[in-house]
Design a protein around this ligand. Structure first.
Ligand code: C5P
Length: 245
């Protein structure tokens, strides 16, 4: 049995992070993007800004939603949190990839179609950030450890840097979906992201879904930026298919 979601078209693989200050800005961005985008990520900024019910609206408009809540709490609380999220109709929800939290999330999810993604190591963290936080491991070592734990706990996928996608695919095969933020177009501003790569390279490394925020929502023409990224995903998928045995 495989947990990997798919197959998805190039456009379904692009998840746009609706990191907007409030619901009005999010709605305006979704209207501007129109058919260029079919999968949105609702994260902390929007969810805490009144956007949780908007997940249902997006679903009613035919969009898929990745609810990026990055839950971490005692098992009982995570389980009840997942049960509440199930009612919203999101496709993905995130929890930090701690074994106790992952086991609680999987148990609470039961047969519901909601997919549980584990956040391995944030793409804004490098080795010095991990040392400062009390971890004596390189990001890629911690990612590998958490991917193995994710497999043991039976969750559906992981969120990780595109730079780690190849190693994750080697460890997990097709048993996990790989969702990668930290995507930047060549020559564009990295912002606070540190472990980044281009859309084409992320797909070539084995990513299933790309999460893109600022390169699209801060672009002069967001729909055009999204279409360009979908084209790049499509080309990289064709090359990937050509390379598989
Ligand atoms: O604007 P940008 O493309 O950097 O947005 C990336 C999005 O992905 C943000 O919403 C961020 O919270 C999210 N994310 C991330 N790294 C992770 C998990 C989620 O950047 N490991």
């Amino acid at each position: 049995m495989t947990n990997r979601t798919g197959p998805a078209s190039a456009r379904e693989r692009l998840i746009v992070a609706l990191d907007t200050p409030d619901l009005a800005h999010a709605k305006a961005m979704v209207a501007r993007l129109g058919d260029a985008v079919c999968f949105y990520k609702v994260g902390m900024q929007l969810a805490y800004g009144g956007g949780l019910d908007y997940v249902r609206t997006l679903r009613d408009e035919g969009k898929q939603v990745f609810l990026d809540l990055k839950m971490l709490d005692i098992a009982n609380t995570v389980g009840h949190g997942v049960a509440s999220v199930m009612r919203l109709g999101a496709t993905f929800v995130t929890i930090h990839a701690y074994p106790q939290a992952m086991r609680a999330a999987v148990a609470a999810r039961g047969d519901d179609p909601l997919k549980i993604l584990g956040v391995t190591v944030l793409t804004s963290l490098d080795e010095s950030d991990l040392t400062e936080a009390g971890y004596n491991r390189k990001p890629e070592e911690l990612v590998a450890l958490r991917v193995r734990a994710a497999l043991d706990c039976g969750i559906d996928g992981v969120v990780a840097s595109p730079l780690e996608a190849r190693d994750i695919r080697e460890i997990a095969g097709d048993r996990l979906s790989i969702v990668t933020p930290g995507i930047r177009l060549k020559g564009s501003d990295a912002g606070d992201q540190k472990r980044i790569t281009t859309p084409g390279d992320a797909i070539a490394a084995g990513a299933d879904y790309l999460v893109v925020g600022r390169p699209i929502i801060s672009a002069d023409d967001p729909a055009d930026a999204a279409n360009n990224i979908v084209d790049e995903i499509s080309q990289a998928l064709n090359q990937r298919k050509g390379m598989s045995p």
